[in-house]
Design a protein around this ligand. Structure first.
Ligand code: FES
Length: 83
């Protein structure tokens, strides 16, 4: 079986699932991003992105724009702003 890792040139949204971000609701964010983003965008649950003080954190690729203290209300705006 061939497993293809996400390429950083692809349109992707990393939704941190580290402990701090999970404590602040990142599991619900992950679900929201999966349901609201276009099919050509990969939604990737990530490990800690190193910004726990700003949790929950989302990183968009390929531009490498990070968003801090993301709420469910921010999900659609983040998608619209990037693509
Ligand atoms: S756990 Fe999400 S940035 Fe550290």
């Amino acid at each position: 079986m061939i497993h293809r890792s996400p390429r950083y040139s692809d349109r992707s949204i990393l939704v941190c699932q580290g402990l701090c971000c999970q404590t602040d609701g990142s599991e619900k964010l992950l679900t929201a991003f999966k349901s609201q983003t276009p099919s050509d965008t990969k939604i990737i649950p990530s490990g800690c992105l190193g910004k726990c003080e700003d949790s929950p954190v989302v990183l968009t690729l390929p531009r490498k724009i990070s968003y801090k203290r993301v709420s469910l209300e921010d999900v659609q705006n983040i998608c619209n702003a990037l693509f």
